[in-house]
Design a protein around this ligand. Structure first.
Ligand code: SF4
Length: 372
């Protein structure tokens, strides 16, 4: 099974915290999208005969595109690849792009799942983040999506905002749950280097939330979702049964995927490839038939460490005896310690983090890393 990802690198506005690759200028947009179609033609063979079980339009803001462009990408994927009839096809959409007409168009072309970049239901927060939408648009778009008949949909929310209280966070979750949300991705705000937010922090204009506040909000998130019947299947993701995101699950399971577009990553099972993160350089290189990506073949230790980092974030954990490098001899005492401290459970050789352990998932994974 494999996945296909399209990176649509255009946004209406630059959100202050964002470090994804995108441009707020539409210059060269059509040429870039043409180049992406060409890239798919060039590289479709990399997936071999593997059936494609998920297609994901991410970015950037894919919902900015004319529906005909998205439909053309989908048609090309069906022409070139073995896309399963029941494939999950996700489109990331921002609330300011969602209308009843657009929803119908997306559904008609084969989008099965919408991922809505909500982030907050408070206008002051949305303005502070530099989002292009307001709280009314967030609420209206959710109501439209909930009634539109997609197989699934999900919303993104951000916690760990400066000054956020548990009351505010609970209010956000209550609003989302009140709309019958089947899936939630909730992210703690991080201050990434080279973002406008990092600049404001450096100037002392923004004081990031403390770790304790973010941890309390994470605990509240887990409790609130559990009570509402959403399973915590990955650190940042909660879903009702039947609504877990297939595409991202493929990343965590190490399945192969093909990434199309500037800054898109691909994985073949042991080789990672990344496209140049520049719209202009990408377009020109694809047009001229020049190289536009870098790659590395992972060693057994690197694959082991990636499996630890991604697997320990999931509710399935990591099957220790299936790792490319056996890390057990070097980590026997550590693993006993995690279990005795209530941070992890060991079940048939599978190491799974508890709710408490999920606070420290990255640290635990790194402590268990295989030597390079
Ligand atoms: S809309 Fe998404 S990709 Fe675009 S700037 Fe905002 S967070 Fe980044």
């Amino acid at each position: 099974m494999s996945g296909l990802y399209f990176h649509i690198p255009f946004c209406r506005k630059a959100c202050t915290y964002c470090d994804f690759h995108f441009s707020t200028s539409a210059r060269g947009r059509e040429a870039l999208l043409d180049a992406m179609e060409k890239e798919l033609v060039l590289r479709a063979g990399e997936l071999g005969d593997a059936p494609v079980r998920s297609i994901y339009f991410g970015g950037g803001t894919p919902s900015l595109l004319e529906p005909a462009r998205i439909a053309a990408f989908l048609q090309l994927a069906h022409d070139l690849l073995r896309v399963r009839r029941d494939a999950e096809v996700t489109l990331e959409a921002n609330p300011d792009d969602v209308t009843a007409e657009r929803l119908e168009q997306w559904k008609a072309m084969g989008i099965t799942r919408l991922s809505l970049g909500t982030q907050s239901f408070r206008n002051a927060r949305l303005q502070w983040m530099g989002r292009a939408h307001n709280a009314d648009q967030a609420l209206r778009s959710i109501a439209l999506i909930a009634g539109a008949g997609f197989a699934s949909w999900t919303i993104d929310l951000i916690y760990g905002l400066p000054g956020m209280t548990l009351t505010e966070w609970d209010e956000q979750l209550a609003i989302a749950l009140g709309h019958g949300m089947p899936h939630l991705s909730a992210y703690a705000l991080t201050v990434e280097p080279r973002t406008a937010l990092a600049h404001q922090v450096r100037l002392g204009r923004v004081v990031p939330a403390g770790d304790e506040a973010a941890a309390a909000q994470f605990d509240h998130l887990m409790a609130r979702m559990k009570a509402a019947g959403l399973l915590h299947y990955e650190i940042s993701n909660f879903g009702r049964p039947g609504h877990f995101g297939l595409h991202n699950s493929s990343y965590w399971e190490g399945a192969p995927y093909l990434g199309i577009g500037p800054a898109a990553h691909s994985f073949s099972g042991n080789t990672r490839r990344w496209n140049v993160a520049s719209n202009a350089r990408y377009t020109t290189a694809v047009e001229k038939g020049e190289p536009f990506s870098g790659s590395e073949t992972l060693t057994a230790a690197q694959r082991t460490n990636e499996m630890l980092l991604t697997g320990l974030r999931t509710h399935r954990g990591v099957q220790l005896d299936a790792l490319p490098v056996d890390i057990r001899p070097d980590n026997e005492q550590r693993i006993v310690h995690y279990v005795s401290q209530g941070l992890a459970q060991l079940d048939g050789g599978r190491l799974v983090l508890t709710e408490r352990g999920r606070h420290f998932a990255d640290r635990i994974a790194m402590e268990l890393f295989a030597e390079p």
